[in-house]
Design a protein around this ligand. Structure first.
Ligand SMILES: CC(C)(COP(=O)(O)OP(=O)(O)OC[C@H]1O[C@@H](n2cnc3c(N)ncnc32)[C@H](O)[C@@H]1OP(=O)(O)O)[C@@H](O)C(=O)NCCC(=O)NCCS
Length: 162
């Protein structure tokens, strides 16, 4: 598996992967997903052979992004990197790619956002995403809050010190 920076030509593929993993990740229009990618401090795609096998998008503070989960962290943490989404299609899950991708996010965060103190994100408690909860617990993330969203989900807000 090879990790590289996202390029605009990847947008259609990462959108298809995103929509295939709803509701574990939020549904997005292709334009909105492209906007998030363009604002990301770290945007990675994973390649296995010539297939894009997954992606993640990570924002720093100060992005023009109206996600209330992102706003929640902005109001409580001075500096952080916020993983807006990560998704691998089922054929590429459970092979260690997620762990490798997160290690690369942390490495790049120390270069591109050296002032960040936390790695932040949220995971769904309703509908419950047991796979992601187990994954993030294994990688050292801890719940720092919960919130009901306007679209009917309950999320666990999680953070890991960097
Ligand atoms: C969640 C996700 C990113 C995890 O990535 P992954 O490549 O499947 O996970 P990995 O294989 O790297 O697993 C890393 C660790 O988490 C643990 N883990 C992963 N899935 C698990 C599961 N279902 N149950 C228990 N532990 C699990 C592994 O055992 C592994 O631990 P180890 O390295 O000590 O053996 C990926 O499965 C995914 O994209 N899922 C669909 C979309 C999604 O839920 N995104 C997250 C939204 S918050």
């Amino acid at each position: 598996m090879l990790l590289r920076d996202y390029r605009p030509g990847d947008l259609e593929t990462i959108h298809r992967i995103n929509q295939g993993e709803v509701p574990a990740v939020g549904t997005e229009t292709i334009n909105d997903l492209g906007d998030i990618a363009n604002q990301s401090t770290i945007a990675l795609v994973a390649e296995v052979g010539d297939t894009i096998a997954g992606f993640c998008l990570v924002l720093a503070p100060g992005a023009d992004y109206d996600s209330l989960n992102y706003v929640w962290f902005s109001e409580r943490y001075g500096d952080f990197v916020y993983l807006d989404r990560v998704a691998f299609p089922s054929a590429f899950q459970g092979r260690g790619h997620g762990r490798t991708m997160y290690a690369e996010v942390e490495r790049l965060a120390s270069q591109r956002r050296p002032t960040s103190t936390h790695f932040a994100l949220e995971v769904n408690l309703r509908p419950r995403n047991d796979q992601s909860l187990a994954f993030h617990a294994r990688l050292g993330f801890e719940e720092v809050g919960q919130r009901e969203t306007s679209y009917g989900t309950l999320v666990s807000l999680m953070a890991k010190p960097l």
